[in-house]
Design a protein around this ligand. Structure first.
Ligand code: PHE
Length: 383
């Protein structure tokens, strides 16, 4: 097991006078904390997912602790890095539950890793909340598994509708990551809606996470003369794919989903990303006071504009804290019941109600890459 412990403790305050308190007090005080586990990729090719999410989680924890905590206790988050590997995510989950004795778990971002974690959380009856895993199967694993984001049948619908109605295109080629449950699912849901809207999938090609050469797939795609290429993968591969597509003379727009949400997409893809469209959970350009107030606080803490992932990490933590406040006790079954009853919780990424399947039903935004940043294009609501 080579999992890395990133942060043992995040406290909203510092223990100021160790000499006056004495050596035992710290252990004793630890019982007054509600321990929350977090599993994320803070290293590896999806490192920005884990780092951004944790910054959102941490900001939420600090705000909750600064306003008195929950039922007289402060929150403490224990973050474990899974390096972007499902096996490590599973190991981390077991460790958080059996050794650290956490009350709830936040994670993962990537659906494949949430799918590796969820059976363990379910088995131990520890509530698990994924901030941003969108594959439907994640919450189907059991009644202790929740998410605060929309799911991919909706996200696929959003991009298919955007392609057909806003871009008015008919012929799309797909390039999916077959090692990634999210990518495979989103390609499928996009295809379903796009065909219903009268569109054609002219070619469906695949790659495997970690690949660096996509020229043969792109050459085949080029031959079909599509109007756009849908690449529902993660930013590292997508950036490379975009560059290689441009170098092969492919000029049509690239489209994708929330897995593109990283500043690294623009670093890796550079100019090749210009004019591309992707769906996401939030836009930093949203004028809503909830969004703008969050951005202000986040910038004060991290000197950076929050990504969708940071906003989702923040919302997942706030939804959990809200459930803990409403729960009859801090037993995991009472917290689970309170989470399931979440209704109209005002998050940064919209109002969050947990449905019967333990998913959140929320709008999605479409963003466009313009001059090296993510510009707001449109909002698509469910239903
Ligand atoms: N939705 C992606 C998945 O399920 C993860 C993701 C969410 C990535 C948001 C980036 C931003 O795998």
């Amino acid at each position: 097991m080579n999992m890395r412990l990133v942060t043992r403790v995040t406290l909203g305050f510092a223990v100021a006078a160790p000499l006056a308190i004495g050596p035992n007090i710290e252990a004793q005080a630890a019982e007054d904390f509600i321990k929350i586990g977090e599993v994320g990729s803070t290293t590896g090719s999806e490192a920005t997912f884990g780092v951004a999410t944790h910054q959102g989680v941490d900001l939420a924890i600090k705000e909750i602790n600064a306003t008195g905590g929950i039922k007289g206790k402060k929150l403490k988050v224990i973050l474990l890095d899974d390096q972007g590997k499902p096996e490590e995510a599973a190991t981390a989950t077991t460790r958080l539950i059996t050794q650290d004795k956490v009350t709830a778990i936040i994670g993962e971002v990537a659906s494949s890793r949430s799918l590796a974690m969820a059976p363990i959380a379910q088995q131990y009856k520890i509530p698990m909340i994924s901030p941003s895993s969108t594959n439907p199967k994640v919450t189907e694993i059991g009644d202790y598994i929740f998410r605060v984001c929309f799911i991919d049948p909706f996200q696929g619908f959003v991009m298919a509708r955007f392609a057909a109605e806003n871009l008015k295109i008919k012929r799309v080629a797909i390039l999916r990551d077959v090692k990634n449950d999210y990518s495979v699912g989103l390609a499928k849901y996009f295809t379903e809606t796009f065909k219903k809207l009268g569109g054609d999938i002219v070619l469906d090609q695949s790659y495997s996470a970690g690949d660096i050469d996509f020229k043969s797939q792109l050459t085949a795609i080029r031959a079909t003369k599509p109007d756009a290429i849908f690449v529902p993968g993660y930013y590292t591969e997508v950036g490379l794919i975009a560059r290689q597509a441009r170098s092969l003379g492919i000029k049509v727009p690239m489209m994708g989903g929330d897995g593109w949400d990283s500043p690294k997409l623009l670093q890796i893809g550079g100019k090749a990303m210009e004019g591309a469209y992707f769906s996401n959970h939030y836009s930093a350009e949203d004028k809503s006071p909830h969004v703008q107030a969050f951005i202000d606080r986040y910038r004060k803490a991290y000197k950076d504009t929050p990504s969708g992932l940071a906003a989702m990490g923040f919302d997942a933590t706030m939804v959990l804290a809200d459930a803990m406040k409403r729960a009859k006790s801090l037993s995991t079954s009472d917290i689970r019941a309170a989470l399931a009853a979440t209704k109209d919780f005002q998050g940064v990424t919209g109002r969050i109600s947990i449905d019967q399947q333990r998913n959140a039903v929320k709008p999605a935004v479409v963003l466009k890459v313009v001059n090296g940043s993510f510009a707001y294009e449109s909002t698509i609501r469910p239903g």
